[in-house]
Design a binder for this molecule. Structure first.
Ligand code: ACO
Length: 269
């Protein structure tokens, strides 16, 4: 377990567990937290983790940016503001692109920048009872710093997306699932167990194939079908080479012996 001032980091069994640890401030993201998250990601990448789980201590996931320390206090200090933004947007961009699978375990309050974070993660498991909101409108701004990108890309319905951004009305984790923002939602009492189950499923799989699955998904979104076919085939051979052709030489040989059913289980089981 690494000790930071605002974040807990525990790396075990191919997974990194990151906990925002400012429960008394509902885990809002201070300049120190942003700077520490840059170092946390360095540690995680060095450890070549397959999965990253992000959650919050206490009853909050993340109450967004620290409105006092990130905006009010540095407002007339442009250099300080620039440094805060470099760290904040630096780690947000990095975690969006990281090859490890990222899971948000949304245990409670999730506002503004917290929704931006949930929006760039790969999988979000929310507590039914968690409370979400695009609260920016309540203090006179629109969701910025990637938050508009995040809500627009995670809520497919324009009518619903704009409704929440325009009114600031809160919604539950259960509703976040209905809207497409969360992968699934479960009662808070089952949140740890469900997250552990998903982590176990993922950490059984190969690190390289997990990373390439994400990379190819992101890239093909902007391609036409024929270009995508060529790209996917090229990446397939790249994967094969980087993993010693394991999929054919191990997995498919094992399938030939009827040792596992690929539709139902992974060959690494
Ligand atoms: N920035 C700075 N301080 C915060 C933030 C924040 N985003 N969120 C909570 N805090 C502080 C509170 O000011 C309070 O501080 P204090 O103990 O010094 O008075 C402490 O955390 C606890 O907060 P309470 O309001 O007492 O907790 P409660 O559980 O009643 O309410 C809630 C939680 C609803 C999250 C409330 O704190 C709140 O509205 N926070 C702001 C949420 C928000 O709009 N975030 C900004 C999103 S926009 C963006 O990220 C750019």
């Amino acid at each position: 377990m690494s000790t930071y001032q605002t974040v807990l980091l525990d790396i075990r069994d191919n997974a990194a567990y990151v906990t925002f640890n400012r429960p008394e401030k509902r885990n809002c993201m201070s300049p120190t937290l942003h700077a520490e998250m840059c170092k946390v990601l360095d540690e995680i990448e060095k450890a070549r983790c397959k999965v990253i789980v992000l959650t919050g201590a206490g009853d909050a996931f993340c109450a967004g940016m620290d409105l006092e320390q990130c905006f009010l206090e540095p407002f007339d200090k442009p250099e300080l503001m620039a440094e805060i933004n470099t760290n904040a947007f630096g780690w947000f961009t990095r975690i969006k692109k990281i090859s490890a699978v990222t899971i948000g375990k949304v245990n409670g309050w999730c506002f503004g920048g917290g929704m931006a974070l949930a929006g760039v993660l790969d999988i979000v498991i929310a507590a039914d009872e968690s409370t979400w909101g695009l609260s920016e409108i309540n203090f006179g701004i629109f969701p910025g710093g990637g938050t508009t990108w995040a809500y627009a890309n995670n809520m497919p319905s324009r009518k619903k997306a704009l409704y929440y951004a325009l009114t600031g009305e809160t919604f539950t984790g259960k509703r976040a699932h209905d809207l497409g923002y969360a992968t699934k939602s479960v009662p808070l009492a089952q949140l740890d167990a469900e997250t552990d189950r998903v982590v176990k499923m993922l950490t059984r799989l190969g690190r390289v194939v997990l990373g390439k699955t994400k990379e190819v998904y992101e890239k093909v979104l902007d391609m036409d079908f024929e270009v995508a076919i060529d790209y996917e085939m090229a990446k397939m051979w790249e994967l094969s080479r980087e993993t010693n052709d394991d999929w054919v030489r191990t997995a498919l040989v094992s399938f030939k012996k009827r040792e596992f059913k690929p539709g139902l289980q992974s060959y690494e089981l």
